[in-house]
Design a binder for this molecule. Structure first.
Ligand SMILES: [Zn+2]
Length: 441
């Protein structure tokens, strides 16, 4: 006999229509949402009825820029710190760290994750453990390695997590890696830092063949080998990090100065960079920012600002560079401001924003939402940026991203209305993943 759950009398956030539908019922059969509406039928023996009067239901959330493979290979000291940081009270050092943190994601209502870089074997292993129910964790959509031209900028990550970054120097490399990660169940591609134009173009052709959306991080703050406007024209579908477009939107004189320095000495480049950090938001041309936004809209490119990571580094620059704390603290503060100005304009223009933290801590996803709220992104758009938009971006909106018949029963039920205050997304009452109650407050 099929197992059915009936959620009664809940207020449903219809993310597709952007309306709150009051006092509805949701019928779940096995792992799937079967019906949504006002459902009247006599109690059957095999239906478990849950009254959710006064509660609010929405699709399980996506975290859109994680690096979950960081959770493996952590020394004991760091494991202890991570448990505490993730709010895992009474966490056990002898139990596997990744198992405890993945469970926490689900308990917070984050039932899907878009992972933007890490060894693909590790991520595949996590996905297998989750689907075999050895671990309780979110549905994983991962890119596997970040792809870049050698010498690898992310080489130091490879030393600790081999396979984090893979060199793509030739057309053949591009073909091989896309075939390989596709076999390993990659759901997206992450391009990073340097690329030869022809190689990136070929790589993007290949990704279309394999139906893999590509997201791009141009790497360093200036002197990009593939600036974001070029990447957009080549067909990338998303830009990571609020500060990434900074170079493209520099005021005219500054941009031509930058371009002239491209083959100059590291000292000259550093002097220019210092000057840009001193100028901060004054270096940005509002006109150029607007026109970049238009280009993104025309090409349906999404934006994942990951503002929280810049805030975190500005508060803890020692994670990044222990030698020059003050310089880095200041720089991250400025990057947060720059990212804020750029994100705010993109929000105004109606570009689809994704909620991502650039880390592995389920609590930070909610901090990112708060930062987006401060930039005037509406509660609806924040919620869409963690539900409908990532599902559409990944091409999995037939299964995820809204509470509708036929979709996976990944549902977050809250005590308070998140449309009144986004912080209410933390008032978890119940979480269902694949039709099973995985958390009850
Ligand atoms: Zn990242």
């Amino acid at each position: 006999m099929r197992e059915q759950i009936l959620i009664k009398n809940v207020n449903l956030l219809d993310v597709k229509e952007g309306v709150l539908r009051e006092n509805l019922d949701i019928l779940i059969e096995d792992q799937i949402i079967k019906e949504v509406g006002k459902l009247y039928f006599a109690d059957k023996e095999n239906v478990k009825t849950i009254d959710c009067s006064g509660k609010f239901a929405l699709p399980g959330l996506f975290e859109c820029h994680s690096h979950l493979s960081v959770l493996t290979n952590q020394p004991e000291k760091d494991r202890e710190e991570i448990l505490e940081e993730c709010g895992i009270a009474g966490g056990s050092l002898s139990e596997v760290l990744e198992k405890q943190v993945l469970k926490k994601f689900v308990e917070k209502g984050i039932t899907q994750v878009r992972d933007c870089g890490g060894p693909i074997e590790t991520l595949r292993g996590l996905k297998d453990k989750i689907s075999s129910r050895e671990y309780m964790g979110p549905e994983l959509f991962y890119s596997g390695p970040v792809l870049e031209k050698s010498p690898l900028r992310a080489e130091q990550m490879n030393q600790r997590w081999p396979g984090w970054s893979v060199a793509v120097d030739t057309l053949q490399d591009a073909e091989n890696i896309i075939q390989q990660i596709s076999k390993e169940d990659a759901a997206l591609v992450k391009t990073f830092s340097k690329f030869d134009f022809d190689v990136l173009k070929h790589l993007l052709d290949k990704t279309r063949e394999f139906n893999l959306p590509v997201t791009h991080d141009p790497g360093p703050t200036f002197f990009h080998s593939i600036p974001v406007d070029v990447a957009i024209d080549l067909g990338i579908r998303c830009i990571e990090h609020g500060k990434s477009p900074w170079y493209i939107v520099l005021k005219d004189g500054l941009k031509s100065e930058h371009d002239k320095l491209f083959d100059s000495s590291p000292e000259n480049k550093e002097a220019f960079i210092n000057r840009m950090f001193d100028l901060g938001v004054d270096s940005i041309s509002a006109t150029k920012l607007k026109s970049l936004g238009n280009r993104m809209l025309e090409n349906q490119v999404y934006f994942c600002p990951t503002l929280h990571v810049f805030k975190r580094y500005s508060e803890h620059p020692e994670e990044f560079n222990p030698d020059e704390l003050d310089k880095f603290r200041k720089r991250f503060e400025i990057l947060l401001k720059i990212g804020g100005v750029i994100t705010k304009e993109f929000i105004r223009q109606g570009i689809k924003i994704l909620v991502g933290q650039d880390g592995y801590n389920p609590l930070f996803t909610f901090d990112e939402m708060q930062l987006l709220k401060e930039l005037d992104l509406s509660e609806w758009e924040i919620i869409k940026g963690a539900t409908l938009h990532p599902a559409q971006w990944l091409g999995v909106d037939h299964k995820f991203g809204s509470v509708s018949p036929g979709k996976s029963a990944n549902i977050l039920i809250l005590n308070k209305n998140p449309l009144e205050d986004i912080v209410n997304l933390k008032t978890t009452h119940m979480v269902l993943k694949d039709g099973k109650i995985v958390f009850k407050g």
